[in-house]
Design a protein around this ligand. Structure first.
Ligand SMILES: Nc1ncnc2c1ncn2[C@@H]1O[C@H](COP(=O)(O)OP(=O)(O)OP(=O)(O)O)[C@@H](O)[C@H]1O
Ligand SMILES: [Mg+2]
Length: 426
């Protein structure tokens, strides 16, 4: 990727000086003023992908209660060699996700989808997680991850009496830096409302059981909105479509596609996506008992299962068909193991040189982040606390000082009951 193509004349070097950084910051702010209003949509995809998230041999196990008398029974994998009470939740999982794309984690309930998502989002103690997670080849420090990522949980608590616009504005006040003007925050909120497809519901209250408010699908998009107010580079979502009808679920994933195409990596777990949703997913990882049984694009599913010996029907939802096959194979442990092994050899045969499936970015992580900011990501100022040599990103969990949040909460009108839960990936 040519740095000269940047919209401003700044040369990055592996170790930028403070002067370089200040220059980048100034230009970034100028450029992002424009970008804040001009959030790309699907017709304006990212031109040069620069982020590649790789994870290799992720293995995670936990100690479980009293010794099982029947260690080989049940769905959970219990260490067979030692007959100890160790339960393997993730077993040697590898893969890649690239900017501009959605990677979906699929599998039956209990297969390890949320655990894998947590592992990638650094929500699992690094000492108990084996393997590596890197962005552009560099290990992700949690302080950096906090700044550049967001994690959207399944159930967000929202203030029922606030409108959609007020909710997002509250999030902007809460998460964007004090140094960003109110006008800029409002611009960001308006851009987000359009990006989330919430224009018609902007003035509608969130509501709850007693008060009619936004629909379930709109509510879910507001939940995503409060977490992506700072326009993160990495977005993790745990089942963003669960509980939604197929049209609302499709709209949510369409929004996620737009977010990915604005220069983010989107990784989510999902239960039984419809065919229309599968078409929006760039890469799928199917898990079974914490192991990968398929990793690739949905287009490869028929060929993969045909090669394994399961005739893949020509018609139907490929994700559903694959999940049905996996469920059937799960009933016979030896068959399930065969599928895991077959996936490894199939992956190797598809990629004999063991190269990344993606053209890996040549940019160092710091430079890639800077370039991304220059394109309008990480709403201006969020990384203001970055140190001069860019050796670490000394950014607190929230963009504003602690006292600001205390005051913001205390100053909130009494009639507005409920709670907004702001999360970071820590
Ligand atoms: N701390 C723990 N101790 C023991 N087992 C655990 C622990 N945390 C998770 N598990 C088990 O790990 C397995 C994977 O859990 P996970 O939440 O990742 O599943 P999932 O695929 O997300 O399921 P669902 O679709 O129901 O959300 C489950 O069997 C769960 O019970
Ligand atoms: Mg889950």
């Amino acid at each position: 990727m040519e740095l000269q193509k940047l919209p401003f004349q700044t040369q990055f070097s592996p170790s930028p000086s403070l002067k370089d950084f200040q220059k980048v910051e100034q230009n970034t702010q100028k450029y992002s003023e424009h970008q804040t209003l001009n959030i790309p949509n699907s017709s304006n995809p990212t031109v040069d992908p620069i982020f590649l998230l790789s994870f290799e041999n992720l293995t995670y196990s936990v100690k479980v209660g009293p010794k099982s008398r029947f260690p080989y029974c049940g769905n959970n994998i219990v260490s067979r060699e030692t007959n100890t009470n160790t339960k393997i939740l993730l077993n040697d999982i590898s893969g890649e996700a690239m900017e501009g794309e959605i990677m979906a984690i699929l599998g039956a309930s209990g297969s390890g989808k949320s655990t894998l998502l947590d592992a990638l989002a650094n929500r699992i103690d690094r000492n108990s997680l084996k393997g590596s997670v890197t962005l552009n080849g560099e290990a992700l420090e949690s302080s950096v991850l906090k700044v550049i990522s967001a994690y959207v949980m399944q159930d967000d608590l929202l203030f029922p009496m606030l409108t959609v616009e007020e909710t997002l504005m509250f999030s902007a006040d809460f998460r964007l830096p004090l140094s960003l003007s109110n006008a800029k925050k409002k611009e960001r909120v308006q851009a987000l409302i359009d990006q989330l497809g919430l224009r018609n519901a902007a003035k509608t209250i969130i509501g709850d059981e007693g008060r009619r408010g936004v629909s379930g699908g709109e509510r879910r998009r507001v939940s995503i909105g409060i977490d992506i107010i700072h326009d993160p580079i990495l977005l993790f979502l745990d089942e963003p479509t669960s509980g939604l009808d197929s049209t609302s679920a499709y709209k949510v994933v369409k929004v996620l596609q737009r977010i990915a195409q604005s220069g983010s990596i989107v990784i989510m777990s999902i239960h039984q996506p419809s065919s229309r949703i599968v078409d929006l997913l760039d890469r799928l990882i199917f898990l079974s008992h914490g192991q990968t049984v398929f990793n690739g694009s949905a287009d490869n599913l028929p060929c993969f299962f045909d090669d394994f010996g399961c005739a893949f029907p020509k018609k139907g939802n490929p994700a559903e068909i694959a999940l049905d096959f996996i469920r059937e194979l799960d009933d016979t442990p030896s068959e399930a193991r065969n599928l895991v092994e077959f996936n490894k050899s199939w992956q190797a045969s598809m990629n004999p040189d063991n190269d990344s499936n993606y053209k890996s970015s040549s940019l160092q992580l710091k430079d890639a982040i800077m370039r991304s900011i220059a394109r309008g990501k990480l709403v201006s100022g969020v990384i203001a606390a970055t140190d001069a040599n860019l050796t670490s990103f000394a950014v607190p969990a929230f963009a504003n000082p602690f006292w600001h949040h205390v005051l913001a909460n205390r100053g909130f009108p009494k009639r507005r009951t409920g709670a907004i839960r702001m999360k970071s990936t820590s």
